[in-house]
Design a binder for this molecule. Structure first.
Ligand code: F0G
Length: 462
């Protein structure tokens, strides 16, 4: 923006209730980190000052959502709140049928079980941890078809979530369409740094999918954030509302899995939504085995009510601009100090590039894991590793995957922290950056078999 014309935006809400935070000393935090085996997932939340572990289930609900909780119809079958949720999914996301689940991975589980057969391949615009695991447990193999730029933290491509059609076609020619049950497309790709997919790319994918008769399933967890980037970056969308763009994205796909703990700002919940009647019947039948009756899945009636309201709030422009704006604010503060982060700044988090931050630590000594621990000890800010630990081991070779992206994610909960919290966070990280040469790598002392990043324990090397 030109100087002299700058107008700041501020959060489009005021604070009605506060949750006090505990202030701690460096020595105390050092002890906490050792007790947690250098894994930020194993810290106690009350020892954390600013919690940027995840944006999942950590958002602040609005007064309307809280009021909605009081309207919970806790009937075992046919809860009124289910029908509100169904209406919201149809109105905002376009999908015809909805199956509630306790959270996103519940929907991924059911989807994978009903669509994937042993020996199938599931192409996707980068993996997500739980999504890939459910695909594998169902007998499938995930194949990454995202553009190369997504694996380059320094590429300024505006839509790093785009599909590379050469990669997709290569797979189809190699294995045949019968072995590809669907293409799995995430909006605002989490593991790429919260990077959006463009509408142009989605339209092209729609054509490809019709030509080859392969459905597209959408991980809609952060679809509103993606819609914001389309509005501000893609030609032809400037004057469209976020709601219109969200609807258009969803209309280009055949169904979705949703972790409602993100965009729609509830503390728990999710769903699977599809247009196809037959698939719906299969999903509705399976949900009763693993989650609950098809009109509540894993949720209480009150949770479904808060979710229906949250869906509507998530597509409001003032909300989403402030949400993404706050993430960009933190990212810019770090860029101003030449801290290596993934660019462009994503929709839900700022990702530190641990390879460049700690070039002296080999990837098998988990630089991102170590950096996340160090940031907590320095500042009380909790972040999350998204690199070699998260990616896991190749089941065929047993080796760590050593992904191109070795990142620490500073994930901003929606409507929870203020700009001053972002300032304090940036200052803590700048201090760590100045002492980066002294930071050491880690080794496993306990490595769980599945999703190892959640419960693994480490000790310092040397
Ligand atoms: N898909 C994406 C893109 C996600 O980010 C998540 C969760 C899920 C699916 C699974 O949903 O947690 O409700 O079962 N992401 C959280 C995170 C855990 O911190 O990024 P869930």
């Amino acid at each position: 923006m030109e100087s002299g014309k700058k107008r700041s935006w501020a959060e489009p809400f005021k604070i009605k209730m506060v949750e006090p935070l505990k202030m701690t000393t460096r020595e105390y935090r050092q002890k906490c980190m050792e007790d947690a085996g250098y894994n930020t997932f194993l810290l106690k939340s009350e020892d954390v000052y600013i919690d940027l572990l995840t944006d999942s289930g950590t958002s602040a609900m609005s007064d309307r959502q809280w009021a909605g909780l009081m309207l919970g119809d806790e009937a075992y079958a046919g809860s009124r709140n289910f029908y509100h949720l169904e209406d919201a999914v149809r109105e905002f996301y376009s999908y015809k049928h909805v199956v509630p689940t306790h959270q996103g991975r519940g929907a991924e589980h059911i989807l994978s079980r009903i669509m994937i057969k042993d020996g199938d391949y599931v192409p996707g615009n980068m993996y997500f941890t739980t999504t890939r695991l459910h695909q594998e447990l169902a007998g499938g193999k995930f194949v990454d078809v995202i553009i190369d730029e997504a694996h380059d933290p320094n590429s300024r491509h505006p839509f790093k979530g785009d599909v590379d059609f050469e990669k997709l076609e290569d797979l189809r020619k190699k294995v045949g369409r019968e072995k590809i049950p669907y293409v799995c497309i995430a909006t605002c790709v989490n593991m790429a740094g919260g990077q959006p997919i463009s509408m142009a790319n989605l339209k092209k994918l729609r054509e490809w999918s019709k030509e080859h008769d392969i459905p597209v399933i959408h991980d809609a967890t952060r679809v509103a954030e993606n819609a914001y980037f389309i509005k501000v970056r893609e030609e032809g969308y400037k004057d469209k509302s976020i709601a219109e763009i969200v609807y258009e994205i969803c209309s280009l796909t055949d169904g979705c899995t949703m972790s409602a703990k993100k965009d729609p700002m509830v503390n728990i919940g999710g769903f699977l939504a599809v247009n196809d009647e037959e698939l719906f019947n299969k999903a509705r039948n399976m949900v009763v085995i693993y989650e609950g009756l098809h009109t509540y899945g894993g949720m209480a009636g009150r949770d479904m009510e808060a979710l229906a309201i949250g869906i509507e709030e998530s597509v409001q422009f003032d909300h989403i601009r402030a949400r993404v704006g706050q993430v960009e604010y933190l990212g810019q503060k770090l860029l101003d100090e030449k801290i290596p982060i993934v660019v462009p700044v994503g929709g839900h988090a700022v990702f530190l590039n641990a390879r460049e931050f700690l070039p002296h630590i080999d990837q098998d000594q988990f630089p991102a894991q170590s950096l996340a621990a160090e940031i907590f000890v320095e500042s009380g800010v909790r972040s999350m590793e998204r690199g070699n630990v998260s990616k896991g081991r190749n089941p065929e070779t047993g080796e760590n995957y050593r992904p191109a992206l070795e990142l620490v994610r500073l994930t901003i909960p929606r409507r929870v922290y203020t700009q001053a919290h972002m300032d304090v966070t940036a200052e803590g990280i700048i201090d760590v950056y100045q002492k980066r040469d002294k930071i050491k790598g880690l080794k496993f002392v306990y490595e769980p078999a599945y999703l190892r990043f959640f419960q693994a324990r480490f000790e310092k090397i040397g």
